[in-house]
Design a binder for this molecule. Sequence first.
Ligand SMILES: [Zn+2]
Length: 268
Amino acid sequence: MTDEHKRVFKPDPVLSGITAEEEFVPVDGHKLYAKKDSPGKYLSEALRNRMRLDGKRFWAGDNISDFVTESDREHLINEATEAFETVLDTLLIDRETDPNSKGTARRLAKMYYNEIMAGRYEPAPDATAFPNDSNDRYEGMLVVRSELKSMCSHHHQPVSGVAYIGILAAQKLIGLSKYTRIAQWCARRGTLQEELCNDIAREIMKATDSNNVAVYIQATHGCCENRGIMAHSSLTQTTVLQGAFKDDASVKKEFFDNIKLQQEFAPR
Ligand SMILES: [Zn+2]
């Protein structure tokens, strides 16, 4: 154990009786920490306990960045590596001599935390807002097309598609790339497409203070194409309409007309 790891690790006071760093010990020489005399108590367990006690939901599609620090993430990757090793062993894959399976457990652990589920552990992208309140303020509709990569929480299979985000400009505007950053932050979790659509709409409303937001997603689902019904195409469309997009038929029509124009320009 290096001093560095000892320094960054903060035991969770919620785990009853644990207040001092010394009560955690490295397990089997790994950079794992477990409660002394109770090797089952890993950091992931401490964090789950804390979220339960705080009434914080931690479903696959939830952001839990308030509970997981950068240094926690490093420890969690180590814990997940060990857990994936157990899964590979149970699948009877020889990770000792198969050169392609050596290191796979660690690759999986890093991929989950840093890539395909990164949107659970990272805080919201910060979206600087610019005032849109002068006399010649923009009052029209904005439609932004955002590529999405996600993963279904049922099967952990890839979901791949595009979101079209529509907004009627309010008193402030955010940079164009921020729409996509927010959408990708919502997508990089375990999701259902229906929930993802709601999540993106909610976060865009939060970032822009606009009540007039629409999100249309079309995506293909690995769980329908690679397994189960082995569908040739699993293209699924979902729409969330808020404010004028819901209440005003002409606004709704303009949104879908814009999507069609976008699709002619860049077909999917
Ligand atoms: Zn699925």
